[in-house]
Design a protein around this ligand. Structure first.
Ligand code: AP5
Length: 215
């Protein structure tokens, strides 16, 4: 099963993918996580991507497409994938159709109003060691600043500053939202209310992926 989890910054793509990846038996492939790993390893790609990411701009397509094509060619992605953060432009959606595995079977749009996105991102904390995601008000760790899963020290992402968040939302409206129309025209788009609690959102997404949901 080839699934795209779509949605604005802060809609919950990473949170929901993390809850479903084991259950579905397909890998969670997040282009943002892959880029952050390149930045922290100081690779050539990481050095080129860093300034775009910190400003909340999209990383140029030539860098993203090669990285994603390689990842989708790995053995575990033959069973399918949960793609998070890709595609973000029509050009990326068109390129995905030509990559290993081909176009998606279904695209799930997590719908969350903008004021809620801003509230979520201003209080997001992430674990740089295991990737767990928290929110200080709604999904806090048991001990402030410490990851429940691995004991790592939680951090705030460098693109969760108010200025970068404003720009990410603007970039989403202008460059990424048109991708919804691209998949709607192809009959692949399903919408889920992303404002519910994370367990309820994950349940609704799983329902859309069941044979009945896709009928
Ligand atoms: P990326 O890492 O993909 O960031 P994003 O799309 O902005 O999405 P986020 O990770 O911010 O949000 P999310 O939807 O995963 O929400 P989360 O689950 O964390 O990309 C970062 C950058 O990399 C881009 O700006 C760009 O520069 C570059 N990039 C990446 N892919 C690219 C591409 N294809 N092309 C070009 N450039 C690319 O949840 C958010 C918060 O809400 C958390 O605190 C969480 O605890 C909380 N939360 C989640 N669900 C709920 C819920 N149901 N109720 C209450 N709180 C919730």
């Amino acid at each position: 099963m080839r699934v795209i989890l779509f949605g604005a910054p802060g809609a919950g793509k990473g949170t929901i993918a993390g809850m479903l990846t084991d259950k579905l038996g397909i890998p969670h492939i997040a282009t943002g996580d892959m880029l952050r790993a390149q930045v922290s390893e100081g690779t050539d790609l990481g050095r080129k991507a860093r300034a775009y990411m910190e400003a909340g701009e999209l990383v140029p397509d030539d860098l993203i497409l090669e990285m994603t094509r390689r990842r989708l060619a790995e053995a575990d992605a033959r069973r399918g994938f949960l793609l998070d953060g890709f595609p973000r432009t029509i050009a990326q959606a068109e390129a995905l159709a030509q990559m290993p595995g081909g176009p998606p079977d279904v695209v799930i749009d997590l719908q969350v109003p903008e004021e809620e996105l801003v509230r979520r991102l201003s209080g997001r904390r992430v674990c740089p060691d295991c990737g767990a995601i928290y929110q200080v008000d709604t999904m806090p760790p048991r001990q402030a600043g410490v990851c429940d899963r691995c004991g790592g020290k939680l951090i705030q992402r460098s693109d969760d500053t108010p200025e970068a968040v404003r720009n990410r939302l603007e970039v989403y409206r202008k460059q990424s939202a048109p991708v919804l129309g691209y998949y709607r025209e192809r009959g692949l788009l399903r919408s889920v209310d992303g404002t519910l609690g994370s367990a309820a959102v994950a349940e609704q997404v799983a329902g859309e992926l069941s044979p009945r949901g896709q009928a």
